[in-house]
Design a protein around this ligand. Structure first.
Ligand code: DGY
Length: 350
């Protein structure tokens, strides 16, 4: 029987998404899945070569989606889907200009990143880097226990410190989930900054304060955020608009007892300024899951060398459940971009 010739579409996938998720693509009729099989970030040259003529590409936040790559893909490209909530690596104006659909993975990782943000706040306050290395270097016997030895500021309120202000640089889903996790610690005040020109939020803030029994939830300017936060969470998207918002002048305004946590993008914080702030005691401690220039962060990096800085290798979303959710959503976004219905994995075998 004659009919329209079947047109197969090529999709590129830059990491193996595992046995639960890859079948969602492999079992689709009409798709040629071209997979980078190695267990490391895709080689740029491989991607540039293989993307030619592709209809869709599923990438990680480690893969740069810029003009050169979009040019190499050519006019067939309908969708870019990233397995990340962040999109600093993607040139959105270029993508929009070519009317390419763009998918990302919000919501599914909110809880995991909020969990890790609280973990880092606790670790930084309680000098986890210093005390863990002390044990690992067999120094526990010589240090032993001392009444005021190896102490840090308490995250939870006490009768001696009955108020606690948490600050958020950016107040989206992950910030609000982090705030919710901190309520049992007795947090009393919440302050945050939002993008300039974002709509008024007073009604929402009053509701949040009532819901969490907080004294206040307030949108403030960036100087107030620096000055008043006991714990400051950096949770704003990366990119040119937010680059080095946390710089030397910001850090100099912070309380000496305060803790800074960054679980968003390394570019928001000036690493050299943060290392100096820790070295010179402008702030108490820091916990960072992201560092500008990652993954080129070695033992020689100024932040890694700082005992008061806990540095993690970008593992905020790193739970099996969350990564499975992200991979599934990234595949379904890719399929939706090609006007194919998505589905859930047959098994959730972690
Ligand atoms: C993201 O999704 O943007 C995180 O940084 C990695 O999970």
């Amino acid at each position: 029987p004659s009919g329209p010739p079947s047109r197969r579409r090529k999709v590129i996938v830059t990491r193996d998404l595992g046995p639960n998720v890859m079948p969602l693509l492999h079992t689709r009729k009409g798709l040629d899945v071209v997979l980078w099989r190695e267990d490391r970030t895709v080689d740029r040259d491989w991607l540039l070569q293989n993307i030619a003529g592709a209809s869709g590409v599923l990438v990680m936040f480690t893969d740069k989606i810029d003009k050169d790559l979009l040019d190499a893909a050519g006019p067939a490209l309908r969708v870019v889907s990233t397995m990340s909530v962040g999109y600093e690596h993607a040139d959105l104006p270029q993508i929009a200009k070519r009317e390419i659909r763009f998918g990302y993975t919000p919501d599914v990782l909110t809880s995991a990143v909020a969990d890790l943000s609280v973990m880092l706040a606790l670790m930084a306050g309680r000098i986890a880097g210093e005390v863990i290395s002390l044990v690992q270097e067999s120094k526990w016997p010589s240090v032993s226990w001392a009444p005021f030895g190896l102490c840090g500021p308490q995250l939870s309120t006490t009768h001696l410190s009955p108020t606690r202000t948490v600050g958020f640089l950016g107040f989206g889903r992950i910030s609000q989930a982090t705030l919710a996790r901190l309520i049992p610690f007795g947090i009393t005040h919440c302050i945050y900054t939002s993008a300039p020109n974002s709509p008024p939020t007073e009604t929402r803030d009053t509701e949040l304060a009532t819901q969490h029994k907080l004294t206040s939830v307030r949108r403030v300017d960036i100087d107030t955020l620096a000055r008043e936060s006991d714990v400051l969470f950096v949770l704003t998207p990366g990119g040119e608009n937010t680059r080095h918002l946390v710089d030397e002048s910001f850090l100099r305004k912070m309380k000496r007892s305060s803790v800074l946590v960054n679980t968003s993008r390394g570019t928001v914080v000036d690493s050299s300024a943060l290392a100096k702030a820790l070295r010179e005691g402008w702030i108490w401690g820091a916990g960072v899951d992201v560092v500008e220039g990652e993954p080129q962060v070695t033992a020689e990096h100024p932040l890694v060398k700082e005992p008061r800085c806990v540095v993690l290798p970008h593992v905020g979303s790193g739970t099996f459940e969350t990564r499975l959710g992200m991979a599934t959503l990234a595949v379904n976004n890719l399929l939706a971009g090609l006007d194919i219905d998505g589905q859930m994995p047959a098994e959730l075998d972690l």
